[in-house]
Design a protein around this ligand. Structure first.
Ligand SMILES: Nc1ncnc2c1ncn2[C@@H]1O[C@H](COP(=O)(O)OP(=O)(O)OP(=O)(O)O)[C@@H](O)[C@H]1O
Length: 283
């Protein structure tokens, strides 16, 4: 289909007959962000490695820019960018020289380097050695390197893990800009808030199985069967009520007695959905 950049069809992966991915299906289109969410060991990195040609799948089919995974070779790197925690930055080179080096390999004009450095907030650090960067600055350099050649697809493996909230926000804003410019982004995370904010679709991955798939909003609505409300009374006490008869009666009384200060609906978060579906948390 037009603008379909990734198609995953019934893929499975075994390591020495241990199954780590089971029958996964997912699709990523141009200008969308797809999140693979799950706890440690769920199979997120393995999925990225299959889609970027670093691992062979055991069963099923996956296509990246219409190329079957089995046929992916290094030429795909002209069209994709990858951010992982070992994304080959040269520690003894300056920020600028790192990008200059990769611009030669990727055939990108040097003029783009300063534009990109400004975009990721590293322009004033361009002459610093990569080894002297903070964790958040290094992550932004890795990201700048990954998008230097304006790839069609950007793969991000836990891009904000361990970063301070302000750096995470800078990265989130940049990812949303890239998406609006038409880049397709495949993101793994165990941060459900990040996924809710960024992703058009999410796959909740548990022990190698996609247990839910859809937009964050769809999934939260689907799992909001027992509607809950938070009521704050004018004595500052807070109460969680459901739509059961005794809670409705309680609410009626408070309203008659003019005790209600505020009423909020409590929609489940993606984290609640994950716990509901798997019976476990994310950490
Ligand atoms: N090369 C390998 N050989 C054998 N088992 C592996 C190999 N790589 C990964 N695994 C196993 O596959 C499972 C999924 O690992 P993966 O790294 O994909 O998880 P993850 O969801 O990315 O976890 P994390 O959030 O900790 O990075 C784990 O049980 C892991 O031990």
């Amino acid at each position: 289909m037009k603008n379909e950049y990734i198609r995953i069809q019934h893929i499975s992966k075994e390591f020495h007959s241990t199954v780590v991915l089971k029958d996964l299906n997912a699709v990523l289109h141009k200008g969308e962000i797809l999140g693979f969410l799950g706890p440690s060991g769920a199979g997120k990195t393995t999925t990225i490695k299959i889609l970027t040609g670093q691992l062979k799948l055991t069963k099923g089919d996956a296509y990246v820019l219409d190329i079957h995974c089995d046929n992916i070779d290094e030429t795909i790197y002209e069209q994709i960018g990858i951010v992982t925690d070992n994304s080959g930055i040269y520690e003894r080179m300056s920020v600028y020289d790192n990008l200059k080096y990769f611009s030669k390999i990727l055939n990108v004009s040097k003029e783009r380097i300063d534009v990109l450095l400004k975009r990721v907030g590293l322009f004033e650090h361009k002459m610093k050695l990569a080894s002297q960067l903070s964790k958040g600055q290094k992550q932004r350099l890795i990201l700048a390197r990954a998008i230097l050649h304006t790839p069609k697809i950007l793969f991000l493996d836990e891009p904000t893990s361990g970063l301070d909230p302000s750096t995470a926000l800078t990265i989130h804003n940049l990812l949303l800009e890239l998406k609006h410019e038409g880049m397709a982004i495949f993101l793994t995370t165990h941060n459900m808030e990040e996924a809710t904010k960024l992703c058009d679709h999410v796959a909740l991955l548990n022990e190698g199985v996609i247990v839910e798939y859809g937009s964050p909003k769809e999934l939260c609505i689907k799992h909001n069967q027992e509607k809950k409300y938070k009521v704050i009374l004018n004595d500052d006490s807070e109460h969680i009520l459901s739509n059961k008869a005794n809670d409705i009666e309680k609410m009626r009384q408070w309203l008659l007695e003019d005790k209600v200060e505020a009423l909020h609906s409590c929609e489940p978060t993606l984290e609640d959905v994950f716990i509901h579906v798997t019976g476990r948390g994310l950490n």
